[in-house]
Structures are given as structure tokens and as C-alpha cells.
Design a protein around this ligand. Structure first.
Ligand SMILES: Nc1nc2c(c(=O)[nH]1)N[C@H]1C(S)=C(S)[C@@H](COP(=O)(O)O)O[C@H]1N2
Ligand SMILES: [Mo]
Length: 160
């Protein structure tokens, strides 16, 4: 199986596409060896968003972060400032890529997220199967559910 990759592009000095082994090679100061310290319900190892941003160097005008999951066409766009010092990308379980059942191979995760559809930075923005993180000056594409009914429908679909 080819290695999962993550593209980070848009309003950055150094757009890049990195692989599982590139993520594992990011400096220890940016690694979270065990995400259960952030949320006891989560397993695996992560890199901090700060570590990824250090690689690509956001331009001064970068204000939004859009998380793209091509796999199920799910997208969320949130203010960069609100997550730049706390969000992580969970990428491994042991020495293997994060399993799909946990939202892998790559899963964006915001500690202390708000309840679904209560804020821009809510649980729904914990995008699973994320393959691209796009920085932009304006808010990007976002198809998170808007209300409880849409939300229930999405979770029905997830089960099938
Ligand atoms: N790719 C993708 N990511 C997604 C979703 C989705 O449908 N597709 N649902 C979101 C919503 S609405 C919620 S509440 C959380 C649920 O995450 P969990 O199943 O790990 O609890 O994942 C978010 N990430
Ligand atoms: Mo959600």
C-alpha cells in the first residue's frame, strides 16, 4: 500500500506534500507520542499543527485553515488563530498509520473542541481522513452540518 500523504498549501511560503515517514521524522518537540493525554478516548501518536506550520511557513495574510477529506468529500474551514497553538494531526498507532476506523490514516484533532454546530471550532472540525490542509486569507470551503437534523443525517451515513 502506498504511504498516506498530507498536502499543505495555499498562503504558505513552502507548500509541501509529506508522507507517513516524513511525519514520523518531524522533531520530537512537535510530536505528541500519546494523544490519550489530550483526550482519554483517543489513541495514537500525533504531530502538532505548530510543527506542520513551521515546515510550510504561513504568509502574513493566512487567516483560515481548510481541512479537506477527499475520501468522503468532507471539508471544514476554521480561523487559523483559534487552533494554531493547540490542534494536532494524529497519524500513527504504534508504528503503523492510524487505522480508518479511528479516522485515519490522518486525522485532525482539536483539544477542547466545542459541541457540534455551536461554534466555528467544533467537534465536527475534527476532520477524519484529512489529505490536504489549505491556508487562505478568506474562509474556505466548508460543508459541515449546520443543525441537528443535518448532523443526525451525516452520522446515519457514517454508519452505512
Ligand atoms: N472526513 C470526515 N470527518 C469527520 C466527519 C465526517 O463525516 N467525515 N464527521 C465530523 C463530525 S460531524 C464529528 S462530530 C466528528 C466525530 O468524530 P468521532 O467519530 O471520532 O467521534 O468527526 C468529524 N469528522
Ligand atoms: Mo459533529
Amino acid at each position: 500500500m502506498p504511504q498516506p500523504t498530507l498536502t499543505i498549501d495555499g498562503e504558505v511560503e513552502h507548500p509541501t506534500t509529506i508522507s507517513f515517514s516524513d511525519l514520523a521524522a518531524i522533531a520530537p518537540e512537535f510530536q505528541v507520542p500519546d494523544v490519550s493525554v489530550i483526550d482519554p478516548k483517543r489513541k495514537g501518536g500525533a504531530v502538532t499543527l505548530a510543527g506542520l506550520l513551521a515546515l510550510v511557513r504561513p504568509k502574513a495574510g493566512a487567516k483560515y485553515l481548510t481541512l479537506h477529506a477527499l475520501r468522503d468529500d468532507f471539508h471544514a474551514s476554521i480561523p487559523l488563530d483559534s487552533v494554531s497553538d493547540r490542534a494536532v494531526v494524529i497519524y500513527r498507532l504504534g508504528t503503523e498509520p492510524l487505522p480508518e476506523s479511528a479516522g485515519g490514516p490522518l486525522r485532525f484533532f482539536i483539544p477542547d473542541f466545542a459541541a457540534c454546530h455551536t461554534s466555528e471550532v467544533d467537534e465536527c472540525a475534527n476532520v477524519k481522513f484529512v489529505d490536504r490542509i489549505e491556508l487562505s486569507t478568506e474562509r474556505g470551503y466548508d460543508n459541515r452540518p449546520h443543525d441537528a437534523a443535518e448532523h443526525a443525517e451525516l452520522h446515519e451515513r457514517e454508519k452505512s
